[in-house]
Design a protein around this ligand. Sequence first.
Ligand code: FRU
Length: 502
Amino acid sequence: MKKDRRDFLKYGSAAGMMLATRPRVSFGAPAAAEIAHDPQRPEFHLMPPHNWMNDPNGPIWWKGQYHLFYQLNPHAAVWGDMHWGHAISSDMIHWHHQQVALAPTHGGPDSEGCFSGSAVVFDGKPAFIYTGVQNASPDQATIRDGSDKLRETQLLAIAEDDKLLKWKKEPKPIIPSPPPGMMVTGFRDPTPWREGDTWYVGIGSGEREVGGCVLLYRSKDLRHWEFMHKLTQGKPNGKTAVNPCDSGEMWECPDFFAVDGHHVLLYSTENKVFWTTGEYDTKKHVYFPLKTGVLDHDAAYYAPKSFVAPDGRRILWGWLREMRPDAQFSAAGWSGAMSLPRVLRVNRDGYLEMTPAAECEKLRGEAKAATVTSTEPLRLKLDTLRREVQIPLGSAAPKFAVRLLTDEAKAWELVVDVPERSATCGEITVPLPQPPWTNDALRIFLDASVIETFFVGREALSNRTYNVAPGKTELQIALQAGEGLEVKHWPLQAISPDRLTT
Ligand code: FRU
């Protein structure tokens, strides 16, 4: 398992997969009916009907619906030929698939793929600003990952209808090249915002031995852009790798916004997502990160993107990638899922706070409560693999383990040691902040092969586990120190009868 995981991580970022020679069609793709009964396939996380997905793109609330787009390969359960998939929802939980929103245009600047981007509203219409890739000679290439064959430019598409089904692309790039003289490691994933009558866009980039950065441009009309300078610059960390996403020399999917009076920049690199909070100088348009941390403690979570819900909450979506060998997910016929919606806040001390959106509670069935003592663990055979478990960490300050066992074999284990302020899952340690906590809940969402865990409204851990089967997997909670635990748990509903395959 360890070897598989390392092999996978080598190609962990979606763009990292450009390095690998990958089959463009999956071998022996299973039929939809088979996928709908695949016990590893999540049942309340958004995913395309079949095949591959990665990053969330362009989330937007428009005319009474949430729209979420995502990186999609419509032809196989492996990365490649990127399109924008589209799903709509009235509650961010229950989804309906829509037709593909963006597809590569033959001979156009996105002929080799429509990469990640964002949605804004301009002149009363939703618009996508996204990265297109096309073939180029090595001196014109902007993805410098050893293959040096692809050139990235920033593109614009405008919605043609209020259901956001049809998009009209501007034929020419709105930002045709990186700043002159800069040897970028990559140039993609625009994050736009507006200040007064001026639009700004940050673009994920970096330079060898200098580090990742965000390039800043401005415009009045979304069509003509002027390069200003770097919004912010990472530090050289001495690491080297063929793929600059692995060494921190390229920042993917920057997301820049203000919340609770702080500015936040998220970016993905080295198979992790980093958060920073800091100060944005609105005169000079430079961002200074002051605090930083890891947004999710497992590499299964990557490339998140946020938007503002109509009630003002800052909601974050992230890609939950597979942590099994690609031959396995390719054969399964599906790969990747969207995380649950997370609400972002920043506390008084400048720390990023994160909780599952209240809408997730709509999934709950009848609540069960149990007291776990040192002589009486909780043991629950799971007839479905959809469960939420909630444990307050404030009162008894205990040490306990939450496990999934399939036919007595351990499929997953989380050991929480409150006095030590840590939680351990395999080789991963999640540091728990010092109390007082505004929220003392440990919340675990199990959905087949996905486990999303939230700690005291601050830290998150997204894991994948494949050795689980309904009727065979048992949930165990065992106390290792302390007086007792009050556990609440709920069965969760599936969001469709067929695992969203139609
Ligand atoms: C992140 C990423 C982005 C890119 C997209 C391509 O996973 O590599 O940088 O736009 O995926 O699918």
